[in-house]
Design a protein around this ligand. Structure first.
Ligand SMILES: [Zn+2]
Length: 564
């Protein structure tokens, strides 16, 4: 803890230092542990990440503690409350001893009793919240009967159902744990989750909710559906085929993923952790920077191509030494037994030590997609991916979101990007020069520009960068506000084209006919009804001439007898 103290009183934010010792430690230890040397960079990176997280915790805790101390001083209190110490410990992971020490330096005591009782209460809550069965699991760890049992024989590489005998059963109510002498159920290890399924026996049946391994014993967490289970009962153990199939697809895919990452990013990629479940896989590995889009694509291609080649997945059982000579990737930190299983995908494409369950041909994996790539610590990346039916589900959910977005934007999914791009540009323009835009133009000042021709009020105006709908709404407002007979013609040049609208409140002027004439002057097109029409042209150079021509056009219309 003295290290923490030193950091706390450093003025600047301290830099991590422990990882600097990695090289020295590796040199000292490399004789008994030769693989340390090839792993030095990753070990150093992991230590650094841990220390950074610890420093972060200290920094945040210190900030909170400073506030607590200030408050205590302001209220003239002599000690820090149990609640505050607990909050620092529970929420921010700030060590209790450190709080006591720092408080002491500020001549403050601590309510240690209060802290302890809160801690107790929390433990009790946690215990109550966890399932009864989990509590039994903890209790059985020290059960002498359990410790005398021989390791369970795992039959799950060969098949998914097997007969076994109950060696141990601890049931409370209808939940508990059982150990069988032989079982096809895979107990959680090496990142692969435990199997689920059914145990059945003469007069009874139980659901297996989870499978764990404790001291080489495979422990089935069960919920009894019917009957009672007793030690020495013979049971038929059946693993849920669908779940196991999905899990093994993800497991073999994880091995291919590692091979792909080493191929695409380099051989510095090392597995730092993994999770293999029926619905997804998670793979943590050493790499200094986020993956680029093309790297993600290449990794996906690598795995999917291996799937399409329908390569053989083989298992060899060898001594650990032999396996290392053969170049199998061992997972650092894992304890290996004398005999190890070497999983070989595609005759050397991926060779790893692994006790998990796998598909027999890569084609069984099905489609493979990376669903996320992120950082979990400095130098450590995390990839989540899906395979098989889970990949299909993932694509379906993406499609559904895409269709939802297309529906909201009122376009086809193919046009979404184009549409969003346009909307973003529109927002940008509005934010930049909103005041110059059509809809925000002051209608009254527009009306003031009206000229009178034979008792008719005419507004002719050009707006900056307004779209057709802005022109339309503005001309509507002018028509409503302008007294008497009126005509309004509004123009706007934007994106290399001119748009215009014409409104008329009098039968003496046909907006549609006037629009056609204006369109002709602009060498464009247009038309509409008697009271409203619109047009446009690519010929932006003729707008001024057209505008000047409008009074003349109006005179011509007024000279004709009114049309109904
Ligand atoms: Zn594996």
């Amino acid at each position: 803890m003295w290290q923490g103290r030193k950091y706390l009183f450093a003025r600047k934010k301290p830099a991590p230092v422990l990882h600097l010792l990695t090289g020295q430690v590796v040199r000292v230890m490399r004789d008994p542990y030769p693989y340390l040397q090839s792993d030095e960079a990753r070990i150093s990176m992991t230590i650094r990440g841990e220390e950074e997280r610890f420093l972060q915790t200290l920094e945040e805790g210190q900030r909170i503690l400073d506030e607590v101390i200030k408050k205590a001083a302001a209220k003239n209190e002599r000690r820090i409350s149990g609640e505050d110490i607990f909050r620092l410990y529970d929420t921010y992971g700030f060590p209790g001893e450190l709080t006591v020490e720092i408080a002491g330096e500020h001549q403050l005591g601590v309510d240690e009793e209060g802290f302890q009782s809160l801690l107790e209460a929390q433990r009790a809550r946690a215990k109550k919240a966890s399932k009864i069965a989990d509590a039994i699991f903890v209790a059985t760890e020290t059960n002498p009967k359990l410790q005398q049992l021989l390791p369970s024989e795992f039959l799950g590489y060969q098949g998914l159902d097997a007969e076994g005998q109950v060696l141990f059963a601890e049931i409370q109510g209808n939940e508990g744990w059982v150990v069988l002498d032989k079982t096809p159920f895979y107990g959680e290890k090496g990142g692969q989750v435990g199997d689920k399924g059914i145990l059945s026996w003469n007069g009874g049946e139980a659901e297996v909710l989870d499978t764990q391994v404790k001291n080489k014993l495979v422990m089935h967490r069960i919920r009894i559906l019917k009957g009672h289970i007793r030690e020495s009962d013979k049971v038929l153990a059946r693993v849920d085929v669908n779940l196991r199939d999905s899990t093994r697809r993800h497991h073999t895919a994880t091995h291919l993923l590692q091979a792909a990452l080493r191929q695409v990013l380099g051989s510095h990629v090392r597995q730092l952790g993994s999770l293999v479940s029926p619905d997804k896989l998670r793979f943590d590995f050493s790499h200094p920077s986020p993956l680029k889009d093309n790297e993600i694509r290449e990794v996906e291609d690598f795995v999917n191509k291996a799937v399409l080649l329908n390569l053989e997945v083989k298992t060899d059982i060898k001594s650990f030494e032999e396996s290392q000579k053969a170049g199998a990737l061992a997972f650092f930190g894992e304890k290996y037994e004398d005999e190890v299983r070497i999983l070989n995908v595609g005759n050397g494409l991926s060779v790893e030590l692994c006790r998990g369950t796998h598909v027999s041909k890569t084609g069984d994996i099905g489609a493979f997609f990376i669903t996320s790539e992120s950082s979990i610590a400095s130098g450590t990346r995390r990839i989540e991916a899906v395979a098989g039916m889970a990949a299909l589900d993932y694509l379906r959910s993406v499609r559904q979101k895409l269709e939802g977005a297309a529906g909201l934007l009122k376009v086809s999914p193919d046009e979404i990007l184009e549409r969003i791009d346009k909307l973003q540009q529109k927002i940008k323009t509005l934010e930049k020069g909103g005041a110059a835009k059509g809809p925000v133009v002051d209608v009254d000042s527009l009306i003031k520009t009206a000229v009178t021709l034979s008792g008719l009020n005419a507004v002719v105006h050009e707006l900056k960068d307004a779209d057709l709908s802005s022109l339309r709404s503005l001309s509507d407002q002018v028509r409503t506000k302008l007294k008497g007979e009126s005509v309004c013609a509004l123009f706007s040049v934007s994106d290399g084209a001119v748009s215009f609208v014409v409104t008329s409140s009098t039968v003496r002027i046909d907006a549609g006919a006037l629009t056609k004439k204006i369109a002709a002057l602009l060498e464009g097109s247009g038309g509409g009804k008697k009271d409203f029409a619109q047009g446009g042209s690519k010929n932006t150079g003729k707008v001024d001439a057209a505008k000047k021509q409008i009074p003349q056009l109006l005179q011509e219309f007024l000279a004709q007898p009114a049309r109904k």
